[in-house]
Write a protein that binds this ligand. Sequence first.
Ligand SMILES: [Zn+2]
Length: 253
Amino acid sequence: MSVTLRVPDAACARQRTDDQRRGVDFGVTDWATFDDGQTIPNPRWVREELPRLAALQRERARKRQGSLRFKRLGRRIAKLHERIGNLRRDFVHKETTRMVQQCAVLATEQLAPKNMSRSAKGTVEAPGRRVRQKAGLNREILSAGFGMAHQMLAYKAEEAGTRLHLSNTRQIKPSQRCAACWEIVPKTLAQRVHGCPHCGHVMQRDQNSALVVLIDANTPGTGVAARPKPLPRQRGKSKSVTRETPTTTAQAV
Ligand SMILES: [Zn+2]
């Protein structure tokens, strides 16, 4: 007799299979970029379902509010929105589990406060009038997944005994700092390559950021204890946060 157990993804996160130390940068071009240049591209639904959602919302914007067609489109939008939410949750679950399983140390940047990622175009549920700027809408939906990723990483890291390090964005400025010489190199969001005028280091922008947070995680003295989810607001904190699991702490003592 044989018994097959189906174990949910989250439960599998407890088993770490490797002891890598990795920095990861979450972004819009690729969903994630690691310090070694590896990327996790955005999944197919980002290219297919998000444009459909934007198209439906544009269509509804042309209908008279309260009309039958307006309501009908509203139901379709809600359904598609739910579908995207499910796809996103599955995707983020799968990828965060894999990250945590591979890593003894995982470093990333603190989550931007909500008011920074919110656009003038309203929320996903109630988009503003300028929904035709679908790039902005897509960006918003994508960044909603970063909060989910952070939450999942926090509890899965704890389960797996992975040290999760969150670099303080204001202090470290991972997207502006040179991973080779630690100087600040200002860049606009459109500049996808980091080219350092101080030391000549050239690297793809997101990879450089991932390397910066990894170096930050490896530098003693930059970390203070963080709590698992929900992620606290880091307003006013001046240090990067790092969370050691009880087992790791016990080994260190
Ligand atoms: Zn440099």
